[in-house]
Every structure is written in C-alpha cells, then in structure tokens.
Design a protein around this ligand. Sequence first.
Ligand code: PLP
Length: 398
Amino acid sequence: MELAARIEKLGTETAFAVSAEANLFQRQGHRVYPFHLGDINLRTPDNIIEAAYRAMREGKTGYAPNAGLPELREALAEDVNKSHGTHYTYKNVAIQPGGKPVISKFIQALMDPGTEVLYPNPGYPIYESQIEFHGGVAVPYGFLRGETNFRLDLDSLEKKITRRTKLLILNDLHNPTGAEADPEELERIAELVRTHDLSVLCDEAYFDIRYEGTSRSLASLPEMEERCVLLYTFSKKYAMTGWRLGAAIGPEHVIDTISKLSLNDESCTNHFVQIAGVEALRGDQSGSKRILSTLKERRDVAVSILKQIPGVTCYTPHATFYLYPDVTELMQRKGFTEYEPFRRDVLHKTGVSFCTRLHFGRALPGEERKYIRLAYSGIDGEVIQEALERFKQYAVEY
Ligand code: PLP
C-alpha cells in the first residue's frame, strides 16, 4: 500500500526514540535512569480511582455526549474561572481524550493552508508536526536567557509577524525550558494579539504544576477571552497521563467546531473517565497537593546536584517538572560538538538518559549554547540523587 503524500509532513516525538534506546540498554542488563519522558511515576489519587470504579459498576460505560458530560464541562468552567478570572460556562468547554488532541483540533478549526503560525522552538514537537501536516507554515520563535529563568524572545516573535500570520501558539510555563512570561510580557503579547488580530492556543498543560508564586494566563487579560483557546489537561496535576482526559476551553463557536471534529474522530471521551474527572475537580484535593510537593522535592534535589557540576548551569524554574541545563562547557571539555554522541556517551557511562535540545525542534540560526532536558516526574527523589551523582562523577572525570 502506498502512503498518502501528506504523511511525509507528519512529525513525531523523537523523545520516544530515546526511550526505545534506553529500554534496549536496560534489557542488556544496565541500570538506566529515565529522565527522557515527561511521564509521572506517582499514583492517581485514590478518590479519583474509586470514582471511576463506581461509575463503571453503575453502568457508565456507554457513549457520552460528544462535547463531554455537562457536569464535567461545568466543573471545569468553574475551576478555570476561579484561577483565571474568566467568564466561561459549560458551553465554552469541549472535553477531549487528553490535552494533546486540542493542538490538532485548534489548528484544523482555525488554520487555512498557507497560514503562518508562530510556535515556540524549542518546544513541544507536536505543534510543528500538526501545523505542517495540515498545510500551514510553521514559524518558530525562541527564548532568551534571563537572570533567573529563560524568557520568551518577544522582539524576535514580533519581527516574525507578517500579513499571513493568523495564529500564535503560546506555551507559557514552558516545556522544555520552564520559561514563563511576567505580567509586563503578557501585556505585550496581548497587545500584539490585538494589533495583528491573532488567535491564540494557550497550552496550559503545566498551569497547576507550580511550586512558588501564582500562574498567570493570557486569557485573563482584557479582550483575550475571545481570542484564546486554552489547552487544559488532567494528566499532570492529578497524575492521570494514561487516563487521557483534557479539554479545549474558548469561544463558543470554536468549541462547537472542536466538538464537531471530535464527533468525526473519536465520538466522545471515555464516559467513566469523565466522571472520575468531576471527582478530580470537585473532590478532595489532598492527592494533587501530595503530587505537587513530591515533585517540588525532586526538583530541589535535582537542581542542587546540577548546580555542583562543573560545566553545567541550571535555573530553578518555579513551574513544570523539567530542567533545561546548559551543558555547553561540559560538552566542550568532553570533546563533543554534536548532541547525539554526547547523549549516548552519558547513557552508556552513567545510565542517565535524557533528551537534548534537538528533541524539541530544529535549532534556530545563531543558537550557540547547548542544552539538555531532564524530566524529574518519573523518578523517585533518592534515585534522582544517585543518578545525578553519577552524572557529576562523569563530568569531573577527564
Ligand atoms: N502540551 C505540552 C507542552 C506537553 O508537554 C504535553 C505533554 O507532555 C501536552 C501538551 C499533552 O499532554 P496530555 O495529552 O497528556 O494532556
């Protein structure tokens, strides 16, 4: 069978290739420390699991409405209004099997072929894949090193806006860098959105994975509610990555279109999983608080060791469960100019497996520093300590 020509344009998450390589190395009898995938090795809180069991036993196993159960749509609108100061009702919410489907549905709903779409690079690789697969022009914008964290390169973003730019993808609380916009930067983004009449996908997958301070959303700013679609997910906050539960939240006509795409695609999101989602939002929150405090402990262990490694510098992001250390000097000292041989060398000598900058898009012109990404959500604190001590040992050996 000959595949359709457009399949050539479909990208992938190359982090899964790192995962396959690490698993093979492990099967060969080696110890592997999996910092490469953003999965969570913590249990979904019991009250959510119990709610799913109960719903199944009560026969909630048939089709659900294609936009989602009204009670979950309503609970989510209420929850987001509380944190965002927005005015959503259930009509502004389309329940999805995960946050990820919101990316392709947003693009299908709002992007005509040839439209230019601004997206973060480094960034979640699915943006570029979906823009190009659906015939758009993917226009990358980058990040700068700030005093205490990475920040969006807003000057370069502004320069890239043309007459054909219609959409902006914003992943504030950013995978992989942990960057977040401050209030002035958000104001400036809102101004660009108004001036150039843009529609925005606010990928807020990490909105609630925050250890200090308060998360902010572009949608909270004047006139932004009607220009933003929020990507919401239960995956991270409630450790529900495999349950597949998320939502698109935005203007009613876009949400209706996204629901129509769902009707054509998966019909609906799993019925009893949605009932568990209502429990997640409205029930006891102690489970999600425990998840967050465990992740914070892991962040602190990981950052404290990385900061001791010669040739490595690392910020302490206040949100997400990723670290994006600069390893330029370490690579130079070890004689590496390319990422892949360095990544493999570390894997084979220490068992520490991570992604590099290249797993988050093609490097932009002028990019000279070298970065790796460590996800600490899938490894216990003491194992993080053991792994990064090994990495430190590797770094100090000439
Ligand atoms: N957006 C970003 C930036 C992510 O990192 C992820 C997952 O890692 C997602 C969206 C999608 O997550 P999910 O489909 O599990 O909700």
